[in-house]
Design a protein around this ligand. Structure first.
Ligand code: TYM
Length: 330
């Protein structure tokens, strides 16, 4: 098993990232025999303008957040994507294989570019090809991600298959997405139809791993809900996106099923449920926040750890990159 995944180091790590992806990174690192490669997708982040000073600080903070969540730089290879040149090189080689029609179907590009398609960066458009390079470079078998990245991984499989076929090689392994069923898509606290996201202008829409206990409690208290009590069964949540989201978050944090949560809270209103959810969040995220602040206080050590990871990643990436050049006749 080769486990590979990345996260954009912009903004704070939030509950959606944690429950949708990072918790699975740590589980796979701790519980499988597979080799793990986790990286900060800083080259992906420049598909949007980043103010350089804040960006540099954000990259270190994200490294601290991942380690605080349990990513162990001794057991997993943790690095910055931009420090391993093979990512950008392989992307260019794969640009010859990826089709414009495939990229035109990517829903994330459509969502992010919105009505301003002509004004979107070229990097935002070719972003999924870099993501394919990220995983194919390490012969990834398993890629732990949230639901929103599934389409990008299907594209990576399509690119790998076409490259292997066109050049008659067995170079690239087809990666499988690993998506947690319970927390595949954590929604905004303000709108049950929008995913929790770093780019939402309202900080009240997400819980950040850096939030203190009072902030978490206030965000849960103000989370959008409806006036009905909680139902007996999960089907009763079908038309109630905000209620479904909060119950789902509770279940994911407690490591129980939605039915278990409803077994305890059915018939009760949000006046009872919200404080219990806030307590559970503070209990789970509080210790991560404490570790994160301690790690962020030593940027030189974070740089050292990331650079060590990049050296290891570059060595692991070299054979596949060489194989791609050779298959192309270069
Ligand atoms: P990013 O930085 O947007 O998110 C990092 C991870 O968090 C997951 N996630 C969520 N899961 C559940 N609910 C949510 N509301 C939520 N929001 C985010 C994402 O699915 C992701 O797993 N393109 C990627 C980064 C990337 C990557 C890769 C991932 C670059 N190269 C190679 C895997 C493999 C991204 O922007 O994720």
């Amino acid at each position: 098993m080769r486990i590979v995944s990345g996260i954009q180091p912009t903004g704070n790590l939030h509950l959606g990232n944690y429950l949708g992806a990072i918790r699975n990174w740590v589980r796979m690192q701790d519980e499988t025999a597979g080799e793990c490669f986790f990286f900060l997708a800083d080259l992906h982040a420049i598909s949007d303008y980043q103010e350089p000073t804040a960006f540099a600080r954000g990259i270190r903070e994200m490294a601290a957040a991942l380690i605080a969540c349990g990513v162990d730089p001794d057991r997993a290879t943790l690095f910055r994507q931009s420090k391993v040149a093979a990512h950008a090189e392989l992307q260019w080689l794969l640009n010859g294989t990826a089709r414009v029609g495939w990229l035109n179907r990517m829903t994330q590009f459509k969502d992010k570019s919105g009505k301003n398609r002509e004004g979107a960066s070229v990097a935002l458009y070719t972003y999924p090809v870099l993501q394919a390079a990220d995983v194919l470079l390490y012969q990834a078998t398993h890629v732990p991600v949230g639901e929103d990245q599934k389409q990008h991984l299907e594209l990576a499989r399509d690119i790998a298959t076409k490259f292997n076929t066109d050049y008659q090689v067995e170079l690239f392994t087809l990666p499988e997405p690993i998506i947690p069923p319970a927390a595949a898509r954590i929604m905004s606290l303000r709108d049950g139809s929008a995913k929790m996201s770093k780019s939402d202008p309202s900080d009240m829409s997400r819980v950040n791993l850096t939030d203190d206990a009072d902030t978490i409690a206030a965000k849960v208290r103000k989370a959008k809900t409806d006036p009905e009590p909680l139902p007996e069964t999960a089907e009763g949540l079908a038309e109630r996106p905000e209620a479904r989201n909060l119950v789902g978050i509770y279940a994911a944090l407690a490591g129980v099923t939605v039915a278990d949560v409803l077994g305890r809270f059915a018939g009760q209103g949000f006046g009872a449920f919200k404080p219990a959810l806030a307590d559970l969040m503070v209990e789970t995220l509080g210790p991560i926040g404490v570790r994160l602040r301690a790690l962020a206080a030593d940027p030189a050590e974070l740089d050292r750890l990331m650079d060590k990871g990049a050296e290891r990643a570059a060595i692991a990436a070299a054979p596949t990159l060489a194989g791609a050049y050779s298959a192309l006749g270069l």
